[in-house]
Design a protein around this ligand. Sequence first.
Ligand SMILES: NC(=O)c1ccc[n+]([C@@H]2O[C@H](COP(=O)([O-])OP(=O)(O)OC[C@H]3O[C@@H](n4cnc5c(N)ncnc54)[C@H](OP(=O)(O)O)[C@@H]3O)[C@@H](O)[C@H]2O)c1
Length: 194
Amino acid sequence: MRKLTYFIACSIDGFIGDPSGDGEFFTRLVDEEYFEFLKTEYPETLPTPGRQPLGIDDLENKKFDTIIQGRSSYDLALAIGCTSPYAHMRQYVASRTLEKSPDPNVEIVSDDVVGKIRELKQEDSEFGIYLCGGSKLAGELFDEVDELVIKTYPLVLGSGMPMFGSGFALTEFTLDTVRTFKNDVLVRTYQRKR
Ligand SMILES: NC(=O)c1ccc[n+]([C@@H]2O[C@H](COP(=O)([O-])OP(=O)(O)OC[C@H]3O[C@@H](n4cnc5c(N)ncnc54)[C@H](OP(=O)(O)O)[C@@H]3O)[C@@H](O)[C@H]2O)c1
């Protein structure tokens, strides 16, 4: 069975963006060494509008071949006129309000998102499923998350959008790998204890 991985950028105090969810300030801390890491190990997580100008649109997927994001996160791409922000993967957007997908490469999941993820996990593939966020969708899918890849940026926000928009519950994870970078970003990978 393949994994659902929540791959997410956050602050030292665990917020994925400001109170509205905006995390633009994280991307300003990306330097050459760290970008090389992302490009080499998680190239598919770089969105199409970022890949094209850098001439790296042909990078092969390494970890994921399928992505799911919430409608609010997808809205950020729509706002810049991009209807297929991860064109190199199979794309799902969770939404109860989007009646029709604006792009043939994006499928809307309007009911039973958990069921959809369980179905995708059953597929025979060497690649995993990338849970992009945001907070609300991650909260809804929390029980299905098998792996966390947390990119912690050296910032304290004080308040902001939490990693999971869900209620209080203790859930154990096992630390798998830790990587540190010259720009003081820390990337930790955790596996869920089942
Ligand atoms: N730091 C990072 O790495 C990172 C990554 C991704 C996103 N973000 C940030 O996260 C913010 C958005 O997060 P958010 O929590 O506000 O929203 P979100 O999770 O992106 O989207 C929420 C929407 O997804 C749909 N949805 C959620 N659960 C659903 C379910 N069970 N069934 C059907 N539809 C469901 C609903 O859409 P409808 O209202 O259409 O029904 C809901 O309003 C953005 O500002 C973005 O910048 C940060």
